[in-house]
Design a protein around this ligand. Structure first.
Ligand code: ES4
Ligand code: ZN
Length: 326
């Protein structure tokens, strides 16, 4: 069949990936060595064997431990550069990359080190790879509003280096409303707004991400199908859902890929995109997500075209830039 090669070679955009989730075990060990950081796993194999998650929190515990090897500007550059080379190989022309400054500043790594290292990789990607990469700063929702506001304050000297803000980490018990004032300030600063909602949390969190935070895309959003009025609303507004199929299976949101609701979301007229979320932890980069999802859900070229077109349409790139892609 020609479908796998269509999926691999078609131009596409990635709108939902966490750069710290692209750290492969081999790179974690190499950076630990380089920085003299002691890991609590004896080998690459032992670390990889720990990637058996039962829910979002069991993943986040390991994900934050892995990020502890990132100390210097070059570490952030090298991590992002490895991912961006992968984008070029997979025909990902545009990627809007999440980063979690609080994961690093809370360990004493200066904000500037994080953003300068990532920015250097993004600039190289544009010139050397032809990949258009932008940064979206995420607030960790398990931390306080005060911590998010302090992070926003720290980011202001670098405002020109990121296009928007997001909200990630432990969803349940940390509803969007907790960050209403933070997002209002970000909107006033002209930042683009997204938030994780309806991954593990209820449909109400999706409603409130829209009504209270005023987000322009919902990250995940798969639980919207529990609320028909919400589905109606998302369809009417042309709201993007950045869905991450392999992530959802690894974190037990769906038991198997065949049970994933991506086809129902598409059939409901929603602007769905496929994304890798944390590719080093969830079993593959963007094309692996396309290949496995299309196989499990019996999707075809029509859906491939729709998903790729949605990814460019819902990116935050300029209309001129989009015109060059679609
Ligand atoms: C994440 Cl899958 C997921 N959900 C929420 N926050 C995250 N941070 C990194 N991956
Ligand atoms: Zn995510």
């Amino acid at each position: 069949s020609r479908l796998p090669s269509l999926l691999q070679t078609m131009p596409k955009a990635e709108l939902h990936m966490h750069i710290e989730g692209s750290l492969e075990p081999e790179l974690i060990f190499a950076l630990a060595q380089r920085n003299g950081v002691q890991l609590s796993y004896p080998s690459v194999e032992a670390l990889r064997a720990a990637y058996a998650f039962t829910d979002l929190q069991s993943f986040l515990d390991i994900y934050y431990a892995g990020a502890s090897v990132l100390l210097k500007e070059d570490d952030f550059h090298d991590m992002a550069w490895a991912y961006l080379q992968r984008c070029q190989a997979e025909h990902v022309l545009c990627t809007e990359i999440f980063f979690d400054p609080q994961t690093h500043t809370d360990r004493g790594v200066p904000f500037e080190v994080v953003i300068q290292g990532l920015t250097r990789a993004c600039e190289r990607a544009r010139t050397e790879l032809g990949v258009h990469a932008s940064l979206i700063m995420c607030f960790l929702r398990h931390l306080s509003e005060e911590s998010a506001l302090a992070t926003l304050e720290q980011s202001l000297p670098f405002r020109h280096l990121f296009i928007g803000v997001g909200l990630d980490s432990s969803e349940k018990g940390h509803p969007p409303e907790k960050f209403a004032r933070v997002f209002a300030r970000c909107k006033a600063l002209g930042l683009r707004l997204v938030a994780h909602a309806g991954e593990e949390g209820p449909p109400e969190y999706i409603h409130n991400a829209l009504d209270v935070l005023k987000v322009e895309r919902i990250d995940h959003g798969v639980r919207c199908l529990e609320d028909p009025a919400l589905v109606q609303r998302l369809a009417a507004e042309g709201m993007a859902l950045t869905v991450c199929p392999l992530s959802n299976v690894k974190l037990c949101v769906f038991q198997t890929l065949a049970e994933h609701n991506l086809k129902q979301l598409l059939d409901a007229g929603l602007k769905v995109t496929i994304n890798s979320d944390d590719p080093a932890y969830f079993g593959g980069y963007l094309n692996q997500n396309f290949l496995e999802t299309f196989e499990a859900l019996k999707l075809g070229p029509r859906e491939a075209y729709t998903l790729a077109r949605n990814s460019f349409e819902k990116s935050f790139a300029s209309d001129d830039q989009k015109a060059a892609w679609v």
